[in-house]
Design a protein. Structure first.
Ligand code: ZN
Length: 238
């Protein structure tokens, strides 16, 4: 399985508080725990690389793409978004993290203009409840995962009805949120995972890492047949 971890990589370079949590960037933190958990072909790509690090060649070779973005969604070129979209249609797995809910690629895949939600940065505790204990993404996860401090996201979350809501979060401020959801678009499987605000060490948490390793396996479609579209003048049967 070839994994590419894409990160906007701006907060880490411009805010000391974030750099302290992720000195090598969120992408390298995610890469490191994936490798430590046995995924042996993991690369990274960032916004400011040529073609955002997502050339056609890179995407064609990618089975699973992770996506973290926040302050510069608008700087992601439409051409690259279309390229990622087409790969998802053809079966590339996609894991969208945290503020990636408002990314161009997630909005395009969801088909809704706004991916808005309630939010607040108030150091609240998030309790993620496991509501699909038999789901492969919940393997090894107990009844809940407690994140001591995290940005609050609350309903309503303007997504289409997910195929599956795997976890629901509750925050000390009172909100609830569909924080781990699955979708299918074309041949591709998509997992949205809410935690990961850049100022908190969320991706250093073993339970979060376990969920994201499980998610990489779940969105992976190794035997996906090439989708055939368009006009076929010759009948298949003669
Ligand atoms: Zn955030």
């Amino acid at each position: 399985m070839k994994i590419t971890v894409w990160n906007e990589y701006r907060h880490e370079l411009s805010e000391e508080k974030v750099a302290k949590v992720y000195p090598n960037g969120i992408h390298n933190c995610i890469k490191d725990f994936l490798v430590a958990n046995g995924f042996d072909d993991v690369s990274t790509a960032t916004l400011d690389e040529p073609e955002h690090g997502l050339t056609q060649e890179v995407l064609d070779a990618t089975d699973v793409l992770f996506w973290w973005g926040h302050m510069a969604h608008h700087e992601v070129s439409d051409e690259i978004v279309e390229r990622v979209y087409q790969r998802v249609m053809q079966g590339m797995g996609l894991v969208v993290l945290h503020s990636g809910h408002a990314s161009k690629i997630f909005r395009k895949l969801m088909g809704t203009e706004s991916q808005n939600l309630r939010w607040r940065e108030n150091d609240e505790t998030e309790i993620m409840w496991n509501i699909m204990p038999g789901h492969p993404i919940m393997e090894g996860i107990g009844a809940n995962v407690v994140i001591p401090q995290e940005e609050t996201y609350g309903e309503h979350f303007m997504i289409p009805q997910p195929d599956e809501v795997v976890m629901i979060s509750w925050f000390t401020g009172g909100e609830v949120f569909r924080s781990a959801c699955t979708f299918r678009r074309g041949a591709g499987k998509i997992f949205y995972f809410k935690p990961g605000h850049e100022t908190y060490p969320i991706y250093h948490m073993p339970e979060v890492q376990k969920i994201l390793c499980n998610a990489a396996k779940w969105v992976y479609a190794p035997n996906c047949a090439k989708i055939q579209l368009g006009h076929f003048p010759e009948p298949m049967m003669k």
